[in-house]
Design a protein. Structure first.
Length: 364
């Protein structure tokens, strides 16, 4: 008869062997690490100097902001990070000259963001899904982006305040995105009725939700948007992308959140990923990279070469193209995560919005 201690040792060894095999086997998504995408850069001496000065100041502010909660548990950091996101861009927000109007988007809190000169009768609408690691952020924290997007896309922007973790689940967030999108199809910032052009955009966690929404609309027969834009999206919540580790030291914005993950042995990350997502990270509703990427609307993904989510975006685009969808990946060097938030401080932020304009002009 096998003793209980022997059985426990045997099961433990088998479990470690399975985890080791999972870690060592070849990543099938590595085939989508190439091509690299399109490099966009600021070439003028004046622009480069402005970028260097802007980055120095931004990095100092980010590090100072992160220091206040670096030693706290995730649970205790949540309210601090939420408050920080609401105030970090308050000075830049003062430069926004848009109209901001609170609205109930079918039961989802939201606001319309309309830049001066935008056609409010509304031939074009854009739903924006903010980032914040699924537990922070709001329409207010992202007004720099939504204001600029309204101007450059000539759209009324519906910025939604979806339910956040840990109070709610990731699937609650997806449900809110779907509900608000269906509402926007029928309602503009002033006019009621259909719009000729519908767009969806999001950053980081909001980029993830944008891509999940595209697949959901395709699978349920809903009206797809005419195009989508994702800024530094997370597409693989298993933490499998190479840049998660290779860019950790370079990513000044996400390093405070990701440093603890990096200390976990790679073969244990799947268990950690399931815990953090509170769901199955291999489900395409959580990790859109792992789903069917065929028959999707034209999608532009932008990411920094030096951020940990670079390869999440690159792999998504390359897999989408291989699946027959129209998608483009554009990257900038030495930029922080979701650098368009730092408009007008960084000239690369203006460059990113120009890339968005050019992409939409080609596909709409």
């Amino acid at each position: 008869m096998i003793s209980l201690p022997s059985l426990a040792v045997g099961l433990g060894a088998a479990g470690m062997a399975w985890l080791g095999y999972t870690y060592l086997k070849k990543d099938p998504l590595a085939q989508f690490d190439l091509p690299l995408g399109h490099l966009a850069s600021v070439d003028s001496p004046e622009g480069k100097l402005q970028s260097e000065r802007g980055l120095k100041d931004i990095i100092q502010r980010l590090r100072s902001n992160a220091a206040s909660s670096s030693n706290l548990s995730i649970k205790r950091r949540v309210p601090i990070i939420r408050e920080a996101m609401e105030t970090f861009f308050s000075e830049a927000e003062k430069l926004c000259v848009c109209d901001f109007t609170a609205v109930d988007a079918g039961g989802v809190s939201a606001e319309w963001v309309v830049a001066p000169g935008v056609d409010k009768d509304n031939n074009r609408r854009l739903m924006y899904i903010h980032g914040g690691a699924f537990f922070a952020g709001s329409p207010k924290s992202h007004r720099v982006i939504t204001s600029k997007l309204s101007a450059v896309t000539n759209s009324s922007v519906l910025a939604i305040d979806y339910r956040l973790m840990p109070e709610y689940s990731r699937r609650d967030s997806v449900e809110d995105c779907s509900t608000a999108y269906q509402w926007m199809l029928k309602n503009g910032s002033q006019a009621v009725g259909k719009a000729a052009n519908i767009l969806v955009a999001g950053d980081s966690a909001g980029g993830n939700l944008t891509l999940v929404l595209l697949a959901l609309l395709r699978d349920t027969g809903g009206r797809p948007p005419n195009g989508a834009v994702c800024l530094s999206p997370v597409t693989d919540c298993r933490f499998n992308s190479p840049s998660i580790f290779s860019n950790l030291d370079a990513d000044v914005m996400l390093k405070p959140l990701a440093s603890r993950i990096a200390r976990v042995p790679k073969f244990l990350l799947r268990l950690s990923a399931r815990h953090l997502a509170r769901d199955n990270p291999s489900d395409p509703v959580i990790s859109p990279l792992l789903g069917d990427l065929s028959n999707l609307p034209p999608t532009l993904v932008l990411a920094s070469h030096d951020e940990i989510l670079r390869d999440d975006g690159r792999r998504y685009v390359n897999k989408a193209v291989a699946s027959g969808s129209k998608a483009e990946f554009v990257y900038c060097m030495k930029m922080p995560h979701v650098w368009p938030m730092f408009y007008p401080e960084l000239p690369e932020a203006e460059l990113a919005f120009q890339q968005i304009t050019d992409f939409l002009n080609r596909h709409l």
